[in-house]
Design a protein around this ligand. Structure first.
Ligand SMILES: [Zn+2]
Length: 347
C-alpha cells in the first residue's frame, strides 16, 4: 500500500511562491481543481491541488480564495509551472480545470496528460462493451446500428475516476470516496468549497483525488504513446471554451463521451462542418454520409432551401446534419428535435 502524501494548504502568496519553487524539481505533476458550481455560469474556483509524480509524496492545496490577486508577482512561479509545456500534468478529465484556471487566472495550462482520455485510448478488451451498453437499452439505436455499424466508429463512452480506479483495482489503496462530501456536492452544488478554514474532510477529499490519479496513472501511463496522449489532451481541453457551452452540453449527454475528432485529429486543412445538435465543427468522418444517388432515391431531404434548390449533384456527397454521436444519443433519448434532421450537401 502506498504511503499517504504530506498535504500542505497554501494560503499566502509567500507560501505559493515557495511551493511552486519546490515543485520545479519534478518533470511531472498531478493537477486537480475543486470549486463551487464548477464549469457552470457563476462557478468559483476554490482549490488547486498539485501533487508530485511519481510517487505522490507531496500535495499542495493552493487556496484560490486567499490568492485572488492574479497580478501578485509571487504567483508568477506557479503560473509559470502550469503553463510550461515541458512539465507534464496528469489530470482526470481536466477540461473543467483547464477552463476554470483560464477564467480565474488567465493561465493556459500546457503539458496536460489526461488519464481519462488515456483510459479510452488504451481501453482493455473487457471494457469494450462500456460504450455499447449505453445504447443497447434503446431498440431504435440498435436497429440503426444493425443497418449501419459504422455509426459507432470512434465513439467512446468515458468512465469516472473512481470507476476506473475500481476496474484497475487500485481503489482500496486510496480509501473510499467520502459519502458526506459526495452528498454535499449533489445537494448544494459544492458551496462547501467556499468555507474557510477549509474543513478537514474537504482537504482529505482533494488529496485523495490526487492519490487516485497517481495510482491510475501508474497502471495506464506505461501503456500509452505519450506524444499521442499529449496532443489529444490539448484538443480535449479546448472542446469547451466557455462555462455556458459546457453547461449546454450536459443535458445533451455529450460529456459522457470522448468528443469526436479529439483522440484522432483530422489532418491540418481538413474541412469541418457544423453539427446541428452539439454545434461543434467536425470533420466529415464524424457524420453519416451518402452518395448523391442514395439520397435521391430516399424520401428524406434536407429542408434547407439551398439544398433543395441544388438537389443531388454528381461528385458531391451528402452528410447527415448531426454528428454520429449526437444522432445516436438523440435516438436513444427520443429527442423531439429529431424531426428536423436531414441530409445536407457537402460542398
Ligand atoms: Zn453533434
Amino acid at each position: 500500500m502506498a504511503s499517504a502524501p504530506i498535504v500542505t494548504l497554501i494560503s499566502t502568496y509567500e507560501q505559493a511562491a515557495a511551493a511552486a519553487q519546490a515543485l520545479t524539481r519534478y518533470s511531472t505533476l498531478i493537477l486537480d481543481c475543486e470549486g463551487q458550481d464548477f464549469n457552470r455560469p457563476g462557478g468559483v474556483l476554490s482549490i488547486i491541488s498539485v501533487g508530485t509524480y511519481p510517487p505522490s509524496e507531496i500535495v499542495y492545496l493552493f487556496d484560490v480564495l486567499a490568492l485572488q490577486d492574479k497580478e501578485n508577482p509571487l504567483l508568477a512561479p506557479l503560473f509559470c509551472l502550469l503553463s510550461d509545456p515541458g512539465v507534464g500534468k496528469l489530470v482526470w478529465d481536466g477540461r473543467g480545470d483547464f477552463l476554470e484556471l483560464w477564467l480565474t487566472y488567465g493561465v493556459v495550462v500546457e503539458g496536460i496528460l489526461d488519464m481519462q482520455l488515456a483510459e479510452v485510448i488504451r481501453r482493455p478488451a473487457y471494457m469494450k462493451s462500456h460504450t455499447l451498453n449505453y445504447f443497447s437499452k434503446s431498440k431504435a439505436v440498435m436497429r440503426d446500428l444493425e443497418s449501419n455499424p459504422h455509426l459507432l466508429d470512434g465513439i467512446q463512452r468515458l468512465v469516472g475516476l473512481d470507476h476506473c480506479a475500481g476496474i484497475l483495482r487500485v481503489l482500496d489503496e486510496c480509501g473510499g470516496e467520502d459519502p458526506a462530501v459526495t452528498t454535499l456536492h449533489e445537494t448544494d452544488g459544492g458551496s462547501m468549497w467556499l468555507n474557510r478554514p477549509l474543513p478537514p474532510m474537504l482537504r482529505d477529499y482533494a488529496a485523495r483525488d490526487i492519490q487516485l490519479i497517481s495510482r491510475v496513472s501508474d497502471v495506464i501511463l506505461p501503456r500509452v504513446d505519450m506524444e499521442q496522449l499529449r496532443e489529444a489532451s490539448a484538443r480535449y481541453m479546448r472542446v469547451y471554451p466557455t462555462r455556458e457551452l459546457k453547461e449546454a452540453h450536459v443535458p445533451l449527454e455529450l460529456s459522457k463521451f470522448a468528443p469526436l475528432d479529439v483522440i484522432d485529429a483530422p489532418p491540418p486543412g481538413t474541412p469541418a462542418y457544423p453539427c446541428a445538435r452539439c454545434g461543434r465543427m467536425l470533420s466529415l468522418s464524424c457524420f453519416a454520409t451518402r452518395e448523391p444517388t442514395a439520397v435521391a432515391e430516399g424520401a428524406e431531404r434536407e429542408p434547407d432551401a439551398s439544398v433543395q434548390d441544388q438537389g443531388p449533384s454528381a461528385g458531391h456527397r451528402w452528410r447527415w446534419t448531426m454528428c454520429r454521436l449526437c444522432v445516436l444519443i438523440a435516438v436513444r433519448k427520443s429527442e423531439a428535435q429529431m424531426e428536423s434532421w436531414g441530409w445536407s450537401l457537402v460542398p
